[in-house]
Each structure stands twice: as structure tokens, then as C-alpha cells.
Write a protein that binds this ligand. Structure first.
Ligand SMILES: [Fe+2]
Length: 178
């Protein structure tokens, strides 16, 4: 039986998988670039458009542990700056537009921490964005509903709720801090 784009891209990622290198990231990025071009007639994608789930797991690799999630976001949804613990992450936009900002973490001699915004990128359908371990970013849905795929090198929920390695920042006096 012919494989759909989801199966093909996950098989492609398995075939390039290994410790984090530029080559592995590039291989995964290419697979996600193909995935967001999948025909809307494919059942798994039609179901996402029909159901518009806030959060749906599309794939979890039993051997390597990587996870692919789909998120439907309404226009205006803002997710404040955060990192992804030890994970690296690729976002791919299937529908809508998402602005992603990136931040540097500055520590003062007194130990206080604040984020400084480096810039922002507007992601349109077909575009992907890679975040490596330690990268800090926020997201804002500027045209919705948006459908985005989030590929994570490991289970981010576990990294967050069990390992407590994900850092989220809060706004205080017009600056992002811990
Ligand atoms: Fe993120």
C-alpha cells in the first residue's frame, strides 16, 4: 500500500536519525518541509482540518523517542518565551501565519535574569523554523486558524513535567524574567 506523506516523512526522519548534528537537523527539516506540502486530501491532514485539535500527537517513535504534534491555534494566541530543555524542536507551518520571536538570556552580576529580544520571523505556510537546545522563543498566531506541526527530538511534556528542564519566562516591568 502506498504510504502517505506523514508515514513517508517519519520514515525519512528515522533514516537520518542520530546524535544532534547539522546533517541530522537538515535531514529532519527537509522531511518537515515535505510534510507541510502534503495534499489536503490525505486522511490524516483532512482530519486535522476538520477537527482543528488544539493538540494532537501524530507520531511517536518507539525506538528514538522523537514526537510529532499538531496544534491548531486561533488568531492572537500568544505563547510567552520558553526554552525546550534538552530537546531540539522544529516548527512547520501548514496553514495560517505565526510570528516567532527569539531571545537571548542575559544574567546580571547580581544573578538576576532578563531576556533580550533578538528579532522575529513571520512564518507562512510551507516554512519551518529550527530551535536548538537552549534557544528561547515565543510564538504569536497573527493569521488564524493556524495549523502547525511541532517536531520534538524527545517527549517535551516529560522534559517539562517530570524532568523540570523547560524554563518559561514571565513579564515583569516590561521585561521578560524568571
Ligand atoms: Fe517552543
Amino acid at each position: 500500500m502506498a504510504r502517505d506523506a506523514l508515514e513517508t516523512s517519519m520514515a525519512g526522519i528515522k533514516s537520518v536519525w542520530g546524535p544532534l548534528t547539522s546533517q541530522v537537523v537538515d535531514g529532519c527539516r527537509r522531511q518537515l518541509e515535505s510534510l507541510v506540502k502534503a495534499p489536503a486530501s490525505e486522511e490524516w491532514l483532512a482530519a486535522l482540518h476538520r477537527d482543528a485539535p488544539g493538540n494532537r500527537e501524530l507520531y511517536r517513535d518507539p525506538t528514538h523517542g522523537f514526537v510529532l504534534l499538531a496544534h491548531t491555534e486561533h488568531e492572537g494566541l500568544y505563547r510567552p518565551p520558553h526554552d525546550h530543555g534538552r530537546a531540539w524542536v522544529i516548527y512547520a507551518i501548514q496553514q495560517g501565519e505565526i510570528e516567532m520571536g527569539t531571545y537571548g538570556r542575559i544574567e546580571d552580576p547580581d544573578g538576576s535574569v532578563r531576556l533580550v529580544k533578538r528579532g522575529a520571523t513571520l512564518l507562512r505556510p510551507g516554512q519551518v523554523q529550527v530551535y536548538l537546545p537552549g534557544d528561547i522563543h515565543d510564538t504569536r498566531c497573527v493569521r488564524g486558524p493556524a495549523l502547525l506541526f511541532r517536531f520534538t527530538e524527545r517527549d517535551l511534556k516529560k522534559e517539562d513535567l517530570e524532568e523540570h528542564r523547560v524554563t518559561r519566562y514571565v513579564e515583569c516591568d516590561a521585561a521578560w524574567t524568571m
